[in-house]
Design a binder for this molecule. Structure first.
Ligand code: PGA
Length: 261
């Protein structure tokens, strides 16, 4: 795990966007795993800027989103289909047929989940996966107790998540209770993971994820099992880390480190 701590979420998001741009530039048909929520907004803004001003080309890329609410149609303004279109896809040159987002309205969730996993495999897997983290430590909608080997499936949201997301809906009772989500096992198969976290509401989850035991009670802790994960964390979200000085020391010493370290 590479833990990068910074003052500004915007600056960290720009650094994360550069990592994604490097992947796209070196592999034009890269497969990108994408996330929703307030966390990746600055990252998407930077990718849009890179596309508009620097010609970053997504025309051969394929994308897979992590999750979607069950019951929301793609045109619902709180659906993740809508979010992705508004905040990224309509501003870049990704062909619509290369975009994959779990369906919140399929007639057969079991078959859809199997198809989603199969499509990821057919595309030779995800090169780089963007992740946020829930205040309960979830990645995608893998709530506490989700198997670390889980695959794409339906998940019942935790009350904490429903509360956290109520701010986006008119009434708390409008927040969906179920979601379709990639599993922790699905996520761990991506070549590189990028997790972003900002704000003090994420501090406990970040501490559990990085310094706690690997446990299904904090599914983000599964990143400890991944050989190539980058965590971009602002100071508020990093506030409960015990080894803060060490992570900073590693970053300071990085320019002089032997190649491959
Ligand atoms: P947020 O959600 O980016 O809106 O904080 C993150 C998550 O729940 O994964």
């Amino acid at each position: 795990m590479e833990v990068i701590i910074g003052k500004s979420h915007d600056e960290l998001s720009k650094a994360a966007a550069q990592v994604i741009a490097d992947v796209v530039n070196s592999k034009p048909d890269a497969v990108l795993g994408l996330a929703t929520g307030s966390t990746p907004l600055a990252l998407y803004k930077e990718l849009i800027r890179m596309h508009t001003e620097e010609g970053l080309d997504f025309s051969h890329c394929t994308t897979f989103n992590l999750d979607e609410y069950v019951g929301l149609t793609p045109d619902h303004d709180q659906s993740y289909h809508y979010f992705m279109n508004e905040n990224l896809f309509k501003h870049i040159n990704i062909p619509p047929e290369n975009i994959h987002i779990p369906s919140g309205t399929t007639q057969n969730y079991l078959a859809f989940c199997e198809w989603y996993e199969m499509r990821i495999e057919e595309c030779d897997g995800i090169d780089i996966q963007v992740l946020g983290i829930g205040s309960d430590g979830h990645i995608a909608f893998n709530e506490p107790g989700s198997s670390l080997g889980s695959r794409t499936r339906i998940k019942t949201l935790a009350k904490q998540t429903i509360e956290d997301n109520a701010r986006f809906f008119d009434k708390p009772e409008d927040v969906p209770i179920y979601a379709i989500t990639m599993g922790v096992g699905t996520i761990l198969e991506a070549d590189t993971l990028i997790l972003l976290a900002n704000g003090e509401s994420k501090a406990q989850a970040i501490s559990d994820a990085i310094e706690g035991p690997v446990s299904s009670w904090c599914t983000a802790s599964a990143l400890q099992l991944h050989p190539d994960s980058l965590l971009y964390i602002d100071e508020a979200a990093a506030a409960k880390l015990k080894m803060l000085d060490y992570y900073q020391w590693i970053q300071d010493k990085k320019p002089g480190a032997p190649a491959g370290s």
